[in-house]
Ligand binder design. Structure first.
Ligand code: SAM
Ligand code: SF4
Ligand code: SF4
Length: 371
């Protein structure tokens, strides 16, 4: 085992069963948390499995043949996911992102997409329904995903050079297949497509300019993500983070760039456009610039735990309520209570040097609650 990788302590077992409020209040779509932030974005992890072993997410020394992924019976069924999604939407969620693990590994995912695409907001509008994928199966699946009702995709791609990419995914997966997946998604109408590149200093930062050149003018928005200290196994070190400011400086050496204003509140990326009209890029600075102030994202883990922050170490077991016979009003009351009490702002606290984790607590892994 590499000395940097930290063995896993199974924090999936650290959870609480949510309390039901004594008085059940109907959802109004206007729920807000203890810091006044609404609930708009729900990320649902549909599997904890993945066919890649990106070192920053599922280092293969930890997620090896011995690692016990969740048994199928532990996963939320499509009916359970849809039931919860309806309650979240009644509370104000407008956007659902399917993620994982690798979401395209979940069998019959099209059926879930069809079910979710039928949900309407309290105003009668369809959801913004999207999916984040490593792209490995996208060429094969893009058309059927679109037909099922998926609107768009975000594809993770950490470089164009095949050797660099294979080192990043750590399973020898060829970059050409992911590039073909992005093209297939574009042809199928799953746009506007975003491509996420996690930048690790000294590992794939030489790919910043080739990636920018490749996607400039293609209609695809490339977003550079700072390598984050999510989970507890990736051996994260600050000196491997390349700050977004350095990414931008490298881009500005080659291209004339202009800042754009945020298109929606709670947007995670700072947007910049190419002055010659060849599109835009995004910078996601979760390490160097905290953006908790308008964070409106909730995460539902593969087996139905609600996490109110990416850096949480404890989930709230909604599956226990679902399988224990809770009514819609119960579910709505429990979710309302949980979101109403939410005061998470991990990135901000870290930036001010004030983060603490309690005794023996470890943060939840990214592949399990989704990005
Ligand atoms: N397997 C899919 C994929 O890779 O797109 C979906 C799940 S993955 C956990 C979601 C996103 O999290 C990906 O864009 C990935 O690059 C990002 N991610 C995972 N670990 C990260 C880390 N330590 N820092 C920054 N981003 C990370
Ligand atoms: Fe798999 Fe996505 Fe994590 Fe990479 S980032 S190991 S593709 S879940
Ligand atoms: Fe939201 Fe938590 Fe990330 Fe802050 S640290 S932006 S609260 S998920």
């Amino acid at each position: 085992m590499s000395d940097k990788v930290i063995p896993l302590l199974d924090q999936r077992r650290v959870h609480a069963v949510p309390a039901l409020p004594s008085q059940l209040l109907a959802p109004t779509g206007l729920l807000s948390d203890a810091l006044g932030r609404p609930l708009r974005d729900l990320r649902i992890s549909v599997t904890d499995r993945c066919n890649f072993r990106c070192g920053y997410c599922m280092p293969k020394q930890v997620f090896d043949k011995q690692y016990e992924f969740l048994p199928h019976s532990d996963l939320l069924s499509f009916e359970e996911i849809t039931r919860l999604a309806r309650v979240f939407v009644a509370h104000g969620v407008q956007k659902i992102r399917l993620t994982g693990g690798e979401p395209l590994l979940r069998r019959h995912l099209d059926a879930l997409i069809e079910m979710l695409s039928e949900i309407r907001t309290p105003e009668g509008l369809p959801l913004d329904l999207t999916l984040t994928t490593n792209g490995s199966l996208l060429a094969r699946k893009a058309a059927s995903l679109k037909a099922a009702g998926l609107q768009r995709v975000t594809v993770s791609l950490d470089g164009l050079d095949d050797a660099v990419f294979q080192r990043m995914n750590d399973v020898g997966f060829p970059v050409a297949d992911v590039v073909a997946g992005i093209e297939a998604a574009s042809k199928a109408g799953l746009g506007p497509i975003k491509v996420n590149m996690v930048v690790k200093r000294g590992v794939n930062d030489q790919e910043i300019l080739p990636m920018a050149r490749h996607f400039r003018g293609s209609g695809v928005t490339l977003r550079f993500i700072e390598y984050m200290d999510v989970g507890a196994t990736n051996g994260w070190r600050m000196d491997e983070v390349l700050p977004s400011s350095s990414v931008l400086a490298r881009l500005r050496e080659k291209f004339d760039m202009q800042p754009l204003s945020a298109s929606v509140a709670g947007e995670t990326a700072e947007r910049w456009s190419y002055a010659d009209g060849q599109g835009e890029i995004g910078l996601i600075s979760s390490v160097t610039q905290a953006f908790c102030g308008d964070c409106n994202r909730a995460r539902l883990s593969t087996e139905g735990k609600l996490y109110t922050c990416l850096f949480a170490h404890r989930g709230h077991d909604l599956r226990a309520l679902l399988r224990g016979g809770a009514s819609e009003a119960d579910l709505s009351g429990a979710i309302g209570l949980l979101w109403g009490a939410r005061a998470d702002r991990y990135s901000q606290l870290r930036a001010s040097g004030a983060t603490t984790l309690g005794d023996g607590e470890r943060r939840v892994e990214m592949h399990y609650i989704g990005g």
